[in-house]
Design a protein around this ligand. Structure first.
Ligand code: UD1
Length: 354
């Protein structure tokens, strides 16, 4: 799983975690925009199948390396073999619950891997970085919607803390050396799938996130959705979020890349829609898109959940010229197509979810 990347005038992007959910969708958009892409992924929570399907969708080859970001020599080899111009850093463990059980693995993998990556980039004089951050860095809101200048930190689980700490590390790096161009993108609840139905979210085992769970209930793979909390102070008592189509997010990365190329320095953007839907509204929208009934039961709140959050997206619109285009119906239709075409997700070959 390794080969040399060809060069194009637009540049060669290294996508860490490029075989994962947001990674695969972004690699497709980058290839469609004429960038060369090289993927590094240790397949801890992904499969080669996603990469095969990227090649099928785009008709382009994606050189890929099965290397752990903690493997310094392996990383150096990638930078020696390819003239990387920018790194998009998607790789990281992301299961909130598991991060509570195995915090050291989360810190070592997410933070250790990132520091290693930044050191190798420094050595090879690649100073352009786009980082997959998360709305989780805001912690508990003092006011809504979240704007990029709001305070961060106070995250309630190790996963969230790794995103927050990495942001802090990158800020310190930029303070120390302003040759860097770093864009940190704070995602708001990525959902949806590629229109082709060939790539999408493929959680291993029982999904923890809402939409993969709902789609499996609609498909009859799971019996009912457990709605975590019906007594929040929200429009219908259930949790409210800003769900964003993963292809819109992917396009946000392409917009950020243009900004990096213009030597933007250090920038932070929310990538969301600015709209907020409750769990029950999501259930209704999915029933409409799928024509199926989604059975649900209201249960107690899930520890660590917030009642409501959504994004202010004006900064990304103003500075990147980016805004989400896909509405809730389209998000649900795309998930349903992916679910119907891939009932068990990608074929086997996946390893454990960490
Ligand atoms: C979760 C993570 C967040 C991460 C994001 C990535 C937690 C506490 N937070 O956000 O750090 O960045 O995923 O997408 O896990 N819900 C149900 N039943 C379910 C699943 C979810 O009612 O079976 C509800 C939740 O209570 C919440 C909403 O659906 O109100 C969305 O949940 P989820 O998809 O897990 O995302 P977040 O918790 O917002």
């Amino acid at each position: 799983m390794s080969s040399k990347g060809s060069m194009s005038s637009k540049g060669c992007i290294l996508a860490t975690g490029g075989a994962g959910y947001v990674g695969t969708h972004t690699v497709v958009e980058l290839l469609n925009e004429g960038y060369d892409v090289v993927v590094v992924d240790n397949l801890a929570n992904a499969t080669m199948e996603g990469l095969k399907r990227i090649e099928e969708i785009t008709g382009k080859r994606v050189p890929a390396y099965n290397v752990n970001l903690l493997d310094t020599e392996g990383l150096k080899n990638i930078f020696s073999e390819n003239r990387i111009t920018c790194v998009m850093h998607f790789a990281g463990f992301k299961a909130v619950g598991k991060s509570v059980d195995i915090p050291l693995q989360y810190y070592k993998n997410n933070i250790g891997g990132t520091v290693n990556l930044l050191e190798v980039m420094n050595e090879f004089k690649v100073y352009n970085m786009i980082f997959s951050s998360s709305a989780t860095v805001y912690g508990v809101p003092e006011k809504l919607p979240f704007v990029e200048t709001d305070k961060t930190g106070g995250c309630t689980n190790p996963y969230g803390k790794t995103k927050f700490f990495i942001e802090e590390i990158m800020k310190d790096l930029y303070t120390a050396d302003q040759q860097w161009n770093i864009v940190m993108l704070r995602y708001f609840n990525p959902i949806g799938a590629h229109k082709s139905g060939r790539i999408g979210e493929s959680p291993i085992g029982i999904p923890h996130n809402l939409m993969p769970y709902i789609s499996k209930v609609a498909a009859g793979e799971l019996e009912f959705l457990t709605v975590y909390g019906g007594d929040y102070e929200t429009k219908d008592g259930t949790g409210v979020r800003d769900y964003t189509h993963v292809v819109d997010l992917a396009k946000g990365h392409v917009a950020a890349l243009k900004s990096v190329k213009n030597k933007c320095g250090l920038k932070i953007y929310n990538l969301g829609t600015g709209k907020a839907y409750s769990v029950l509204e999501m259930v209704k929208a999915f029933e409409k898109a799928s024509g199926k009934t989604v059975k649900y039961k209201i249960a107690p709140r899930r520890a660590g959940d917030l009642p409501t959050f959504w994004s202010d997206v004006s900064l990304a619109k103003k500075e990147l010229g980016w805004e989400a285009e896909k509405d809730l119906d389209e998000m649900c239709e795309d998930i349903w197509r992916w679910q119907c075409m891939n009932p068990g997700g990608y074929p086997s070959g996946q390893s454990k979810s960490t």
